[in-house]
Design a protein around this ligand. Structure first.
Ligand code: NAD
Ligand code: UDP
Length: 323
């Protein structure tokens, strides 16, 4: 059944792909974004479609609209972006969640929260199941994001218990693909931009830290499946690709696919609180949503590199000096 759907953070990397799919299905889509880490070019092709509307608004301020579903994605996601104004980051997570939950409560709408693997901090358990409570430094430089997202999860479940709001929480692990901000400082965008520009690839630390990279199309299948999934399944559920790679392996793969033969350098020490390993246990997503990722890293990187090759990087404004 077609729905009215609000997507906060809808102009961002993941949000814009989500809007694409929801609009294609014929839903009435409202994309709310303050364009802090994104630009209208991500949604330009949707503007003018009768079932798509863009609203420039900050989620820390209340917003009223009539919808059936809310995807709450508004939040800077890259470390350089969320550390640029850490107070604003935690306000966005916490006040954004309160505002969107208030809306969901009034409308009796379903709400999905984009949480993160960062709730596990630098994990002592590997791979990470949802039952693991995490190892987050509450006063470190990542805390504005990690603790903000943890508090947003708390709010989701308190609104669910206290006000019967139908919440859904997904814990997203590193996701990449076309429309990542080229200057967001994240590892995939940095490495691809560097390789295509013929610049050295900058590894932080010795490159032995690991991440698990999920291609954006796989992630969208999962979050839409979660939103429209069983009435009584609220999560949290891990969404990510269990294929785990060291950062050095990622660098080597990017260099190979880009074919520019650039060198790989250890550019700086590992940043503070940078998790040493990360891999999702997706047993729950498999069981409850019948979901698992299909796109291997090599294929996803190929598609992302193709997009970067054709993107006009001069159109992108670095939102922060941290890239
Ligand atoms: P992104 O930075 O491209 O998108 C975030 C969007 O939110 C941007 O368009 C930004 O302008 C907007 N935004 C930020 N603060 C806002 C505010 N106060 N009011 C309104 N809009 C605001 O990042 P993304 O990778 O697309 O991430 C989307 C969501 O998924 C985020 O909540 C992020 O925490 C979560 N997530 C992403 C990943 C990943 O690897 N991509 C991993 C874990 C969690
Ligand atoms: N990283 C790196 N070189 C870069 C950017 C990032 O080695 O140019 C490392 C970073 O220190 C971390 C990993 O890559 O260990 C993933 O970083 P990212 O910022 O993409 O996301 P995170 O998973 O840390 O939130």
């Amino acid at each position: 059944m077609l729905k009215r759907i609000l997507v906060t953070g809808g102009a961002g990397f993941l949000g814009s792909h989500l809007c694409d799919r929801l609009v294609e299905q014929g839903n009435q889509v409202i994309c709310l974004d303050n364009l802090f880490t994104s630009q209208k070019s991500n949604i330009e092709h949707l503007i003018g479609r009768p079932n798509f509307e863009f609203v420039r608004h900050d989620v820390i301020d209340p917003y009223k609209v009539e919808v059936d579903q809310i995807y709450n994605l508004a939040c800077p996601a890259a470390p350089g972006h969320y550390q640029y104004n850490p107070i604003k980051t935690i306000k966005t997570s916490v006040m954004g969640a309160i505002n969107m939950l208030g809306l969901a409560k009034r409308l009796n709408a379903r709400i999905l929260q984009a949480s993160t693997s960062e709730v596990y901090g630098d994990p002592e358990i590997h791979p990470q199941p949802e039952s693991y409570r995490g190892s987050v430094n509450p006063i470190g430089i990542r805390a504005c994001y990690d603790e903000g997202k943890r508090a947003a999860e708390t709010l989701m479940f308190d609104y669910h218990r206290q006000n019967k709001v139908n919440v859904r929480v997904v814990r997203i692990f590193n996701t990449y693909g076309p429309r990542m901000h080229p200057y967001d400082g994240r590892v995939v965008s940095n490495f691809i931009r560097q390789a295509l520009a013929g610049e050295p690839i900058t590894i932080y630390g010795d490159g032995s830290q690991s991440r698990s990279f999920c291609y954006c199309d796989d992630l969208l299948d999962a979050i839409m499946g979660m939103m429209n999934g069983p009435d009584d399944f609220h999560g949290p559920v891990n969404i990510g690709n269990p294929g785990e790679f060291t950062i050095r392996e990622l660098a080597e793969l990017v260099v190979e696919i880009a074919g520019t033969g650039v060198e790989i350098v250890q550019a700086r020490p590992l940043p503070q609180d940078d998790p040493l390993q990360r891999q999702p246990d997706i047993t729950l997503a498999r069981e409850k949503l019948g979901w698992e990722p299909r796109i291997a890293l090599r294929e996803g990187l190929q598609r992302t590199i193709d997009w970067f090759r054709n993107a006009d990087l001069s159109q992108y404004r670095p939102p922060t000096p941290h890239y």
